[in-house]
Design a protein around this ligand. Structure first.
Ligand code: PGA
Length: 251
């Protein structure tokens, strides 16, 4: 099965309105064919970014979503609001949410389910810390992160979802997983998907690699048979660099 590659730019908490508009316009103008390009801007700039990218095939995602539906939850943004604001996707369980904001597997699964209920495509972010990798626990950690979500959903609900493998030790550190290390975990994730939901679904889902992807290492990472694009942090803040990474995913 051919999977259309996906490259997502996670701007995190960076930029101002003018920068967001310019970056989105440049990405929209230069987005290559043969890859789905997804921008995850700070939510306050989503309208600006959507206007700047109007008419292009670029899609949008929230970086986070509330685990509950609308109501008295000060500071939260619901999945329905993200849809209303023009998002097709949402990141759930990014490692910064897990480590800095203490989101556990159960909360991440709640958010994943809320996204599905609202018609958003969740991008489930998973990955091990350096200590966990060095202790030989990578697969165990990833399995637990996957299982928390898998136990809550059916195969039909998973259609269109995305899983991003982001080793925590590689995020924002300049330490990228080697193509072999990344591919090994991706193959493992696809095998778990296949075991839980069947080979057909497992083959159809896109698995992204994230963690210090740059213009000069993207092609070798994306060459992995089970690596269908990337989740890009720092390198997505520069249009030329981000577009080079998008281009590498089309090869
Ligand atoms: P990085 O971030 O590309 O800056 O390592 C990746 C991410 O956090 O999604």
């Amino acid at each position: 099965m051919t999977r259309i590659p996906l490259v997502a730019g996670n701007w995190k908490m960076n930029g101002r309105r003018a920068m967001a508009a310019q970056l989105a316009a440049e990405v929209a103008a230069g987005a290559p064919a043969g890859v789905e390009v997804l921008l995850c801007p700070p939510l306050v700039y989503l309208d600006t970014v959507a206007a700047a990218a109007k008419g292009s095939p670029v899609c949008f995602a929230g970086q986070n979503v509330a685990a509950t539906s609308d109501g008295a939850f000060t500071g939260e943004v619901s999945a329905e609001m993200l849809v209303d604001a023009g998002c097709q996707y949402v990141l759930v369980g990014h490692s910064e949410r897990r480590t800095l904001f203490a989101e556990d597997n159960a909360q991440v699964a709640d958010k994943f389910c809320r996204a599905l209920e609202a018609g958003l495509r969740p991008v489930l972010c998973i990955g091990e810390t350096l200590a966990e990798r060095e202790a030989g626990r990578t697969e165990q950690v990833v399995n637990a992160q996957l299982e928390a979500v898998f136990s809550r959903i059916t195969a039909a609900q998973l259609v269109g979802a995305v899983i991003a493998y982001e080793p925590v030790w590689a995020i924002g550190t300049g330490m990228t997983a080697s193509p072999d290390q990344a591919q090994a975990v991706h193959a493992h994730i696809r095998a778990r998907l296949s075991g839980a939901f069947g080979a057909e679904l497992a083959e159809s889902l896109r698995l992204l690699y994230g963690g210090s992807v740059k213009a000069d290492n993207a092609a070798s990472l994306f060459a992995g048979a089970d690596i269908d694009g990337g989740l890009i942090g720092g390198a997505s803040l520069d249009a030329e660099t981000f577009l080079a990474i998008c281009q590498a995913a089309t090869a």
